[in-house]
Design a protein around this ligand. Structure first.
Ligand code: NAD
Length: 286
């Protein structure tokens, strides 16, 4: 059975990793998928890789005007989206040589240098500069803008599904990744509060979250070997997380997913376990 015949699906952060795997999964099941990313070179290659049934559009999700233009373009070109996966995210502390966008590198270097205490001889002591807000701009505001625009653009009377990519790190905390973890934790509050809005209930819109443990993508490629080893039995591949996203985007009963968080560990999920495992089993069997 095909997951989403002919539905228009928008996936942000789709040039690589989890977003790419989700876009590929939706396209394989007959959806019209729009891949969205900051990294326009990789984005085109990713769309070509998937081939059939997809298009792409470069957009910085942290930029409200660019997201407005994105949603307008999708609506005019393909009709209103019915599934919106807000997956783009950065963790400059983990930025690697595999995140080739010039902007990402600048952001990474900038953050690293800005967080370093500076010796200021003239003041006679060390001073901290104000940390930049780019991690929240992308990870939190990028999602907030996406929710607002998706709710506005979903087709009248049909409703829609919003799936956010959070992180298991938001529950555990991770040393030296304070801002990233905080931005992902903020998304839980945003998701749960959005879910309570009457407008979403009236319009038959669900909002939910997938929260992966360590997943093998460009984001985590440069983690020290001992950390990768420690997580080896519990780590996920992008497709494992993509399955969780697809479930949240397509589950028959809205109440099974609305306001819920699916914690993915390896191939399994914690919470809504029964419903998800049954769905996954049926999908694999079909
Ligand atoms: P990734 O780096 O492979 O993919 C992230 C994509 O987002 C990249 O293609 C990047 O170009 C894009 N992006 C970054 N900033 C953007 C912006 N401003 N506008 C549009 N696109 C932008 O990493 P991934 O692991 O696939 O990450 C996907 C999501 O999963 C992120 O939100 C990340 O925080 C989350 N996550 C990842 C892991 C993991 O272990 N890999 C664990 C938990 C959560």
């Amino acid at each position: 059975e095909r997951l989403q015949d002919s539905k228009v699906v928008l996936v942000t952060g789709a040039a690589s990793g989890i977003g790419f795997a989700a876009a590929q999964l939706f396209a394989q099941h007959g959806a019209k998928v729009i891949l969205v990313d900051l990294a326009s070179g990789r984005l085109k290659a990713a769309a070509e890789d998937i081939g059939h049934g997809c298009d792409f559009r470069a957009c910085d999700v942290a930029n409200w005007e660019q997201q407005v233009a994105l949603f307008d373009w999708v609506k005019q070109t393909y009709g209103p989206p019915e599934i919106v996966c807000l997956n783009a995210g950065i963790d400059p502390e983990l930025a690697t040589s595999q995140t080739p966008s010039a902007k990402e590198k600048v952001v990474s270097n900038y953050l690293a240098s800005e967080l370093e205490p500076r010796e200021d001889a003239s003041e006679g002591g060390s001073q901290l500069k104000q940390p930049p807000t780019v991690v929240f701009d992308v990870n939190f505001y990028g999602v907030l803008y996406g929710i607002k625009l998706a709710v506005h653009h979903f087709p009248e009377g049909k409703g829609g599904r919003i799936v956010i990519t959070g992180s298991a790190a938001s529950q555990m905390g991770v040393v030296n990744q304070d801002v990233y973890v905080a931005s992902k934790h903020a998304l839980i509050g945003l998701m749960r509060s959005s879910a309570q809005r009457q407008e979403l209930k009236d319009k038959n819109i669900t909002v939910s979250m997938v929260a992966p443990w360590l997943t093998h993508t460009g984001l985590t490629a440069n983690l020290p070997p001992e950390i990768l080893h420690a997580f080896s039995t519990e780590s996920s591949q992008p497709v494992d997380v993509a399955m969780g996203i697809a479930y949240l985007a397509t589950a028959e009963k809205a109440e099974d997913v609305h306001g819920r968080c699916l914690w993915i560990r390896g191939k399994r999920c914690i919470e809504v376990e029964g419903a998800y495992e049954k769905w996954l089993g049926n999908l694999i069997a079909s």
